[in-house]
Design a protein around this ligand. Structure first.
Ligand code: ZN
Length: 206
């Protein structure tokens, strides 16, 4: 028996690794035609895998529900996956955490982003931990391989927004919070240099 029996219906005596790999396989199929917005147009699945890796490695998270929900966190929002499909394959507990991570895409983007800030303090501990890892991965992406059409100002604004979401998730996982702060500070320092270069450039322009 695994500790997740009853919580994850498919557990059924299977090892946790097999169940986690089933979630990875499911998510990779669902995201198979999607690409990230970066210049390289990386496969979308790289993102949920990176988030899950951060939780397990940096965050020391071994809770199977959290890791599965991290793998699946964008399936409802960004693919045609339905909540009942997640119920059926992975159980209600995992589905509920994924739903906590799901933005309502019928709402205007600015409102949606504001809601993420407002809702963060009310998330479950599992969703907060995933949110922390998600924002670390996103800030890294915006610094290391940003969408080519994002000017400096938009990247700065994005970092500021993640900081406000993360503020509502603190007190959940020290290691992830510390890493987020490091990644944010490094990102800001890099963008500040970029800004100075831009100002220099415009000053030296005749
Ligand atoms: Zn994400």
């Amino acid at each position: 028996m695994t500790s997740t029996e009853g919580i994850v219906p498919m557990a059924d005596g299977r090892p946790d690794t097999a169940i986690l790999l089933a979630a990875i396989e499911f998510a990779s199929r669902k995201h198979s035609t999607q690409r990230r917005k970066n210049e390289e147009a990386s496969p979308y699945i790289n993102h949920p895998i990176a988030v899950t890796h951060l939780l397990a490695d940096t965050g020391g998270v071994s809770d199977l529900v959290t890791l599965m929900a991290a793998v699946l966190h964008d399936t409802i929002e960004d693919t045609e996956t339905t909540p009942s499909e997640l119920d059926e394959h992975f159980g209600q507990t995992v589905r509920k955490v994924v739903e906590e991570m799901t933005d309502d895409k019928t709402i205007d983007k600015a409102v949606r982003k504001q809601r993420q800030i407002e809702h963060a303090p009310n998330l479950s501990c599992r969703a907060k931990a995933i949110k922390l890892a998600d924002k670390i991965a996103n800030v890294r992406d915006v610094m290391e391989s940003p969408p080519p059409d994002w000017p400096l100002a938009r990247r700065i604004e994005y970092l500021d927004w993640t900081e406000r979401v993360v503020a509502g998730c603190r007190g959940t996982n020290d290691a992830l919070e510390k890493l987020y702060d490091e990644v944010l500070n490094r990102g800001r320092a890099m963008l500040r240099i970029g800004e100075e270069c831009l100002t220099e450039g415009s000053r030296s322009r005749p």
